[in-house]
Design a binder for this molecule. Structure first.
Ligand code: F6P
Length: 322
């Protein structure tokens, strides 16, 4: 391959820039021309490409967000959108792509390979950590640190005022963030989309905690929980006024900020591995790290197989928070 491209797609995640830098510098090291696709699939359709050199990625290793911009494209979901995108790739001489993103981005990559014969290597870049074939996705470690620090502050107020906080963290389809952050903050309850939420049982548990003298509680809920979002859960629980319920939605604060050391190392290793894989002829795979080794998983598996939480954090948290 003479020319490859790199894109950051889906929701931004801390470490995307770090990975971008690794991809660009590895490609240059291998003597390959590297092009950035701005605004992900929408930019691909519109031919929004930028030539990248070693200098263009200097000073971004520790910066949150993505200098290429991220995003989701409705148009790319259509055959016509894909046709236009592939036409642009051909025009620019792009022979392969490193796609840094989450499950939605990888579904686009699968279509590119299957229907249009464009080789893609994926790199897991999402705060959600919900991709099979990697222990961690880029951005997850930073996001849970950010959320944990925010909930620690909320805990101060909860304890000072005897409030019960319902704190919503991100995760439309996955509870990895809720689980890890709830555990790290000692939340009294952790609600995730993967485990059915029993609201009457939660109500009873919170009442009982109060009777036992626990005057403040934290309930961490993933935004995609089966019982609803934090406000819906507050309404459905309908707790007695003495619980002094407050709701906080942490929202996009979890997506920003300088990547942690862990995310920088992960991003650098995966970006480097992805370029090598692409140039060695691998396609339609995601580069991930399992037990500290780089492994490649077919993109179809990465998006469709269920990733289990290996540590049974919910179970342990339930014991530790009593
Ligand atoms: O996939 C990352 C993520 O932050 C999810 O946790 C969240 O549900 C979603 O993106 C929100 O995306 P946006 O606000 O960009 O539409």
């Amino acid at each position: 391959m003479q020319t490859i491209a790199v894109m950051t797609s889906g929701g931004d995640a801390p470490g995307m820039n770090t990975c971008l830098r690794a991809v660009v510098r590895t490609a240059i090291h291998k003597g390959v021309r590297i092009v950035g696709i701005r605004r992900a699939y929408q930019g691909m359709i519109e031919g929004d490409f930028v030539a990248l050199d070693a200098q263009s990625v200097s000073g971004i290793l520790n910066r949150g967000g993505t200098i290429l911009k991220a995003g989701r494209s409705e148009e790319f979901l259509t055959k016509e959108g894909q046709r236009r995108a592939v036409e642009q790739l051909k025009k620019a001489g792009i022979e392969g792509i490193v796609c840094i993103g989450g499950d939605g981005s990888f579904r686009g990559a699968i279509a590119l390979e299957r229907d249009w014969d464009v080789p893609v290597v994926g790199v897991p870049g999402t705060i959600d950590n919900d991709l099979y074939g990697t222990d961690h996705t880029i951005g997850y470690a930073t996001a849970i640190q950010t959320a944990m620090e925010a909930i620690d502050k909320i805990r101060d107020t909860a304890a000072s005022h005897d409030y019960l906080f319902i704190v919503e963290v991100m995760g439309r389809h996955a509870g990895f963030i809720a689980e890890a952050v709830g555990f790290a903050c000692g939340a009294e309850a952790i609600l995730t989309p993967e485990s059915p939420t029993d609201l009457p049982a939660l109500h009873a548990m919170l009442d009982y905690a109060r009777e036992r003298g626990k005057k403040s509680c934290i309930v961490v809920v993933a935004e995609g929980d089966d019982a609803g979002n934090a406000f819906e859960i507050q309404r459905k629980l309908n707790l007695e006024p003495e619980h002094h319920v407050r709701v906080t939605v942490l929202g996009h604060i979890q997506r920003g900020g300088s990547p942690s050391a862990f995310d920088r190392i992960l991003a650098g290793r995966l970006g480097y591995a992805a370029v090598h894989a692409l140039l060695e002829g691998r396609r339609n795979v995601m580069a991930g790290i399992v037990a500290d080794r780089v492994v490649f998983t077919p993109l179809e598996e990465a998006v469709s197989r269920r990733k289990e939480s290996p540590a049974r954090l919910l179970e342990i948290a339930a014991v530790l928070a009593t």
